[in-house]
Design a protein around this ligand. Structure first.
Ligand code: DX5
Ligand code: ZN
Length: 220
């Protein structure tokens, strides 16, 4: 199974975003993870549509937009203009099936995301409408938190159900991913790894990216 790396822009230098994105292009990453927070669904505010637009217009790296906003259906049309993958939270108060369908209709890949408090089984019924599922391994809202191992059995359960249904769905993990936790998540079934603080730590970005990408060559 190939691993895709999705560095989170939340940990980039906003005064020189261009330089950070150029580095990611040079070192070779698969997706740019774009964390949108509204101060209501999560206790933090990050950025919104103008940053998604600026990224879309200035890089060819596909955008993986992670909406951490209340009632996300209100903003799907706007973000779909810039996202390649558009994800929202199961817990955020929108009609899950309708929102997943709308995302696909607008030409994006759909992603359903679950917080640490939500069981994998709660979203089984929606899997046929998902192109990706995102399991949070921290409480959403902030970068730099520690990985919660309780995400691992959820990845395993989702992977098992996805395989049982014969679906082609990416399984993404987000929160506290580093060289060690990346391997645990990968072994539990994740094939898309979000990493913020680990990738953007001051030195050695190239080596850090390479370390995660090495996983591509290990057999499960
Ligand atoms: C948290 C965000 C994550 C975060 C990851 O709410 O969804 O994407 O940026 O940051 P790290 O990798 O530092 O945990
Ligand atoms: Zn995220």
């Amino acid at each position: 199974m190939l691993v895709k790396l999705a560095p989170s822009v939340l940990s980039a230098n906003f005064f020189d975003l261009k330089a950070d994105v150029k580095k990611l292009e040079e070192y070779g990453v698969d997706l740019l993870h774009v964390d949108v927070m509204d101060g209501i669904f999560v206790p933090n505010i990050s950025f919104g549509i103008p940053i998604a637009k600026a990224l879309k217009e200035n890089t060819n790296i596909p955008l993986d937009v992670h909406l951490m906003i209340d009632r996300p259906h209100r903003y799907i049309k706007e973000f779909a203009k810039y996202a390649d993958i558009l994800g929202f939270h199961y817990e955020a108060g929108s009609d899950v099936a309708e929102t997943l369908k709308e995302i696909r209709t607008l030409g994006c890949k759909s992603c359903l995301t679950i917080k640490p408090c939500t069981a994998a089984e709660d979203i089984f019924e929606f899997l046929p409408l998902c192109d990706m599922v995102l399991v949070m391994s921290v409480e959403p809202g902030f970068g730099g938190q520690s990985f919660m191992p309780s995400a691992l059995p959820k990845l395993q359960a989702l992977k098992k159900e996805i395989d049982r249904l014969g679906l082609d769905i990416d399984l993404e993990i987000d929160g506290g991913i580093n060289g060690e936790t990346a391997e645990l998540a990968y072994k539990a079934g994740a094939n898309v790894l979000v990493a913020g603080s680990y990738v953007f730590a001051k030195e050695e970005m190239a080596q850090r990216i390479a370390k995660i990408k090495e996983l591509r060559y290990n057999e499960l």
